[in-house]
Ligand binder design. Structure first.
Ligand SMILES: [Zn+2]
Length: 245
């Protein structure tokens, strides 16, 4: 069965879910629930894992939309699954189609899930360090607004991601990131320069007027129950899912 995935939903019918690494059929080093299709795992195995994860969430696997993530700031509006084999290179998805789930893959990067249940609009974004700096979060909120969402009504949830105490970067890189997003300035637990992408994402959401924000307490690099690229390099991908009833 699927492991300790967290799923929350509220009376408005908005659902937010984040997987952990357990409950799938992938072999080492992707054990067990690798949901990423571009990390070297067997494609059939990934397909099975995606079906297992969807079913555990009460979703039709064919009503989940995935991205070809490239650490950029492009957002696609969708009203159904991709119909061609080529998934466009985007790091954000928005939809006004109820029941359609948007999915984001991560292993240390920040999965950002957004919903305005009143407008009937949801969004998902992949915010690693480059994407956060490039503005994928405001781009996703803007795309939702163009579909009628109001930032003041948007509910935002960020999932398991590497924490600021674990994400060591060169001093120069920290300065570059902090010049764009001061809230991301951090220091590792061992006293060297670091970046806190989660803090950066939440600072951006706050400035955009998104008040209802929660973050996962899980640091992927510190958790044996989650995939971490920075810890393991060759590893699987977790997924975050957002949808409206
Ligand atoms: Zn950490």
């Amino acid at each position: 069965m699927i492991g300790q995935r967290s799923e929350t939903s509220d009376a408005s019918g908005a659902h937010f879910a984040f997987t952990d690494r357990w409950g799938g059929v992938s072999a080492v080093p992707y054990e067990e629930l690798n949901l990423g299709g571009a990390v070297g795992d067997d494609p059939e195995t990934v397909r099975t894992n995606r079906e297992l994860a969807a079913k555990s969430l009460g979703l039709d696997p064919d009503r989940v939309v995935w991205m070809n993530q490239v650490h950029g700031n492009d957002v696609a509006e969708v009203d159904g699954p991709w119909t061609t084999g080529d998934i466009p290179p985007v790091d954000g998805l928005v939809t006004a189609t109820r029941g359609l789930a948007l999915a984001v893959l991560t292993a240390d990067c920040v999965p950002v899930l957004l919903a305005d249940p009143v407008a009937g609009v949801v969004g998902a974004a992949h915010a690693g360090r480059p994407g956060m700096v490039a503005g994928i979060v405001p781009a996703a909120v803007d795309a939702m607004a163009s579909l009628g969402a109001d930032p003041a009504r948007i509910v935002a949830r960020t999932g398991p991601a590497v924490c600021g105490r674990c994400y060591e970067v060169p001093e120069e890189m920290r300065a570059e990131v902090a010049a764009v997003e001061p809230a991301a300035y951090a220091e590792t637990g061992w006293g060297t320069p670091a970046v806190d992408v989660v803090a950066g994402v939440h600072a951006q959401l706050e400035r955009l007027g998104v008040r209802d924000r929660q973050r996962s307490p899980v640091c992927t690099r510190e958790s044996a129950d989650h995939f971490s690229y920075r810890r393991d390099r060759t590893t699987g991908r977790l997924a975050g899912y957002v949808w409206l009833d």
